[in-house]
Design a protein around this ligand. Structure first.
Ligand code: THU
Length: 139
């Protein structure tokens, strides 16, 4: 499928506006594209106990998977302090890369890192998580 990467970054920028970040003040937005063209937006959701915090990428994945989605094409991510616009890329944490590994083909799934100017980096999951441990290992 043809992926409109800049459009996906625009969705991530919208999602970022809903980030709940009273502790770090670092607001992240993500937009997850399914293979049939649906987009699930996610933001980070922090917690006073800190460890229950959910990253924007995982919010998007858990929304989509809980709605029955299993086939994904790409995710866009943007991040910056909440009082600023994203001017530099925000790379997904290792836990989020592992969640991508569970549901996505590392050779084709694209991880798009954006700023307010649009797409800055577009890589495969394989490039973002080399030698990843995925569900195929346990089959
Ligand atoms: N965070 C994300 O949501 N995604 C990332 O890619 C990096 C980090 C969140 C977690 C926490 O709420 C805040 O950013 C600071 O770590």
């Amino acid at each position: 499928m043809v992926i409109n990467e800049n459009e996906l970054v625009q969705h991530a920028l919208q999602a970022r506006k809903r980030a709940y970040v009273p502790y770090s003040h670092w607001a992240v937005g993500a937009a997850l594209l399914t293979k049939d063209g649906r987009i699930y937006e996610g933001c980070n959701i922090e917690n006073a106990a800190y460890t229950p915090t959910n990253c924007a990428e995982r919010t998007a994945f858990f929304k989509a998977v809980s709605e029955g989605e299993r086939e994904f094409a790409a995710i866009a991510v943007v991040g910056a302090y909440e009082d600023a616009e994203p001017e530099q890329i925000c790379a997904p944490c290792g836990v989020c890369r592992q969640v991508m590994m569970e549901f996505c083909d590392p050779e084709t799934f694209r991880v798009i890192l954006g700023t307010k100017e649009g797409v800055q980096v577009s890589k495969t999951l394989q490039e973002m998580l080399p030698y990843g441990f995925g569900p195929d290992v346990l089959k």
